[in-house]
Design a protein around this ligand. Structure first.
Ligand code: GUN
Ligand code: ZN
Length: 433
């Protein structure tokens, strides 16, 4: 078997999810990657196949999983990780977040932070990220360039906002439309298949209906993704009601602006009513669960099982820096803990298990971003975005389960592993860690 530089063949164990959220466990398989995409999968390959010098053979403490998908992360907020949790959302934004975000007018500062964000997230296994970038178009394009340089896959959103309570951190409606168009044009000029722009009204309290309608129209005309926040905090929900009294709900405000599509992701959704969930379902709009942010900012406990039972697509987000970590593994554990808390206070509540959250972090996240035809698991025709996990590294976890199954090894990684156990990261077949 010959292999060109555009081809890679992996032999070893791999584990991924299907659309139903079930684990698919392959103890010994071969994945053939051509031009970044999976071109063939063979279960139990012939041992002669291992002899080819171009084949990458995983050792028996290693296994492949799909790359993690972070459906909601604020690249600009990385410097604030771990601070500001004495305030809840609205005060936190004014006190800690907006003052930091204003600094991205400085392009050097933007470049420095964004290089670090992309490096850190790749190190933690995020192969696809849906980023909130900056208010400023130039800084937002710099994030796009950092993503391309490091080989990550990403949706990049220049924040749109024409209302602010803190001084001098907003655009006029006219500026906002000029800036978003300029951003889309400049990002598109970078000409990379790895990145796409995403329309990003910050949230209903930062945008008036005129701006939101213009953004909804633009998303429709250009067939773009949309991201924003919904129903995160009780004071926020009250303020949205007061600002848009003519709409029956927070979700209905976005729908009125034409922002809810099957390519829209809404972060949080903790306090959604049944009517709001039905509306999201009708539009095919996804919710991004951000459990560490929801606990750090004391926003609430999101009942993911309720959303799942009503067929809402759910992805997972770190929501840096509402969340205290840019690692999806940490978000996975927070999701497990939030769900366990809910099971302790609600009768007959089934807590999420590691298989559920693994699915949310991979194929579920890909589906939330309407990218599951491209990424999320190992299927012929999909991009090869993958992590090589090793649970027996000298300075990390030890594989002390003598006869451990592959499922047990995945469980160990999910509950107790960290970025040291992610020994290689691939995006579109290229090794990026
Ligand atoms: N709502 C509006 N802006 C933000 C933000 O930056 N972080 C979070 N968690 N919620 C928001
Ligand atoms: Zn957020």
């Amino acid at each position: 078997m010959s292999q060109s530089s555009k081809e890679k063949i992996f032999i070893g164990s791999f584990i991924h999810s299907n659309e139903c959220g079930e684990l698919i466990v392959i103890d010994r398989g071969m994945i053939h990657v051509k031009n970044g995409k999976i071109s063939n999968i063979i279960i139990n390959p012939n041992s002669n196949d291992e002899k080819n010098k171009n084949v990458i053979v995983l050792n028996n403490t290693q296994f492949l999983i799909p790359g993690f998908v972070d459906c909601h992360i604020h690249a600009v907020q990385l410097p604030n990780l771990g601070v500001g949790y004495d305030k809840e959302l609205l005060e936190w934004l004014e006190h800690y977040t907006f003052p930091l975000e204003k600094k991205y007018i400085d392009e050097k500062f933007a470049e420095q932070v964004f290089n670090t964000v992309v490096k850190q997230t790749i190190k933690s296994g995020t192969t696809t990220a849906c980023y909130f970038a900056a208010l400023y178009p130039k800084a937002s394009v710099i994030l796009g360039q950092a993503v391309i340089n490091k080989g990550q896959r990403a949706l990049i959103g220049k924040i749109s906002m024409n209302i602010t309570r803190s001084d001098n951190y907003y655009e006029t409606t006219e500026e906002s439309i000029i800036n978003i168009n300029k951003f889309i044009e400049d990002l598109t000029k970078l000409n990379s298949p790895l990145i796409k722009p995403v329309i990003t009204p910050r949230f209903a309290l930062s945008c008036d209906m005129t701006l939101m309608k213009k953004l909804g129209k633009l998303a429709k005309e250009k067939d773009l993704h949309v991201q924003t926040h919904v129903s995160e905090n009780l004071d926020e929900i009250e303020a949205v009601k007061n600002m848009f009294p003519e709409y029956p709900s927070y979700t209905a405000v976005y729908d009125g602006a034409g922002l809810l599509t099957c390519k829209t992701v809404l972060a949080h959704g903790i306090y959604l009513s049944d009517d709001e969930i039905a509306l999201l379902n009708e539009r095919g709009t996804a919710i991004v669960h951000c459990p560490s942010s929801n606990t750090c900012l004391k926003s609430g406990l999101c009942d993911v099982q309720r959303l799942k039972s009503k067929s809402i697509k759910i992805g997972l987000g770190t929501d840096v820096s509402g969340g205290q970590s840019c690692s999806i593994l940490d978000a996975i554990r927070s999701a497990l803990q939030v769900s366990t808390h809910l099971s302790l206070i609600k009768e007959n509540y089934r807590a999420l298990n590691y298989k559920d959250v693994f699915h949310m972090a991979t194929l579920g996240g890909a589906a939330a971003l309407a990218m599951d035809n491209q990424i999320g698991n190992f299927e012929v025709g999909k991009e090869f975005d993958a992590l090589v996990v090793d649970i027996d590294i000298s300075d990390g976890l030890l594989n002390n389960l003598q006869s451990s199954t592959l499922e047990e090894r995945l469980q160990k990684f999910i509950y107790s592993g960290d970025d040291r156990n992610i020994v290689e990261v691939y995006v579109s077949g290229c090794k990026v860690k």
